[in-house]
Design a protein around this ligand. Structure first.
Ligand SMILES: *Cc1c(COP(=O)(O)O)cnc(C)c1O
Length: 379
């Protein structure tokens, strides 16, 4: 079955009990045991809930994995993954990544004696320098947030396999519709379901998928022990959002492509970072490993004052954190998503006062361009 159909139908076409085409929200914390040592298959919702189970099975199928897990946020999912590691372990991480992930690693996980090396994973040779005797995993984001750097998943995973490391890929920007890291050799895929999968800027969610039985077993234990699981209602919202993922992304990508080209031609715009532009350094690698280019664009304007002015001027576009929803959002990475990253690293990456990030929604593209045209003005 093609992924478009899988997205609409999930793993169960309907509720087997009633035929309900929309999976019911099993808003129950606990389940009656028919008798001693007997179970319906469901005992307590932290361990297993029928609504969450449908979401977890769906995301596993969509990513081509063995088992899926749903959490209360993307960060809860990433935090769960870090529990696979112990004091003394070392992890190699893409240097350009979601600011919250950096904060979790540096301010929380590092307290437990786990260390991290941040490196430019777009050049796989950097892994050789970053590798330590105690390295256990490589954590990548591709395209990365916010600089849209593209990492070759196959090359990273091959290096990881050779050195007995786990490859973890944050697939939030591409979604399984465009990119399936497990099929390229990764061991664990992460999603902030808050973004494209939910798609409507109305709920927080996190997802994990693995194709390794040993990791699935470990993650099952960690998920039920920590308990940062997704609620039945939010699981249902994700299931509903995912039904329209393909049509949303197709439209978002067409619009993003048009807007990226329009931005490139603007005299007050210095640089446009969109993986669909042939001039983007990651264009070729992305084209090989992904079916599409997505709807995320970063761009740099002439001055910090102009960047702030654009944030005030936009009307149809909303100045708000997050991405991947039906509404077009503009963010200021320096002050918002990446404020936790030290200035020195930010400057090296190019996350400065002139950088803005757009998440293209499903509005009419000409309305969006008109809004930007009125906002990006000589000051
Ligand atoms: C938003 C985001 C996260 C964190 O997810 P939450 O749902 O906000 O906790 C992680 N990775 C990426 C790439 C993100 O965009």
């Amino acid at each position: 079955m093609k992924i478009e159909s899988q997205l609409v139908h999930g793993t169960t076409k309907c509720d087997p009990l009633t035929g309900a085409i929309s999976i019911p929200i099993y808003q129950s914390a606990t389940f009656i045991h028919p008798g001693p040592n007997e179970t319906t298959g469901y005992d307590y919702s932290r361990l297993l809930n029928p609504t969450r189970e449908e979401l977890e099975k769906s995301i596993a199928v969509l990513e081509g994995g063995l088992k899926g897990f749903a959490f209360s946020s993307g960060m809860a999912a990433i935090s769960t993954v870090t529990e696979l590691f112990s004091t003394g372990d070392h992890i190699i991480v893409s240097d350009d990544l979601y600011g919250g992930t950096y904060r979790l690693f540096e301010e929380i996980v590092s307290r437990h004696g786990i260390t991290f090396t941040y490196t430019d994973t777009t050049d796989p040779d950097n892994l050789i320098t970053a590798l330590e005797k105690n390295t256990k995993a490589i954590f990548i984001e591709t395209p990365s947030n916010p600089m849209m750097k593209v990492t070759d998943i196959r090359k990273i995973a091959a290096f990881a396999k050779k050195n007995n490391l786990i490859t973890i890929a944050d697939n939030t920007f591409m979604t399984p519709y465009y990119q399936q890291p497990l099929k390229l050799g990764a061991d664990i895929v992460i999603h902030s379901g808050t973004k494209y999968l939910g798609g409507h800027n109305d709920t927080l969610a996190g997802l994990l998928v693995t194709n390794r039985a040993d990791l699935a077993e470990d993650l099952t234990l960690i998920q039920k022990s920590i308990g940062a699981v997704l609620s039945p209602f939010d699981s249902w919202l994700l299931i509903r959002g995912m039904k329209t993922l393909a049509v949303r992304l197709e439209k978002q990508e067409i619009s993003a492509n048009k807007i990226a080209h329009w931005l490139e031609g603007h005299n007050l715009v210095e640089k446009v970072f969109y993986v669909g532009l042939k001039t983007h350094p990651g264009y070729e690698v992305n084209k090989i490993q992904s079916k599409g280019f997505g709807g995320m664009i970063s761009f740099s304007v002439k001055s910090g004052v102009l960047a702030e002015c654009i944030l005030k001027n936009v009307k149809l576009i909303s100045f708000a954190e997050s991405l991947g929803g039906v509404e077009t959002l503009i963010t200021y990475p320096l002050a918002q998503t990446h404020s936790a990253i030290p200035e020195e690293i930010r400057n090296r990456l190019g996350v400065d006062e002139r950088l803005l990030r757009l998440s293209i929604g499903i509005e009419d593209v000409d309305d969006l361009i008109e809004d930007l045209d009125k906002a990006i003005i000589e000051i």
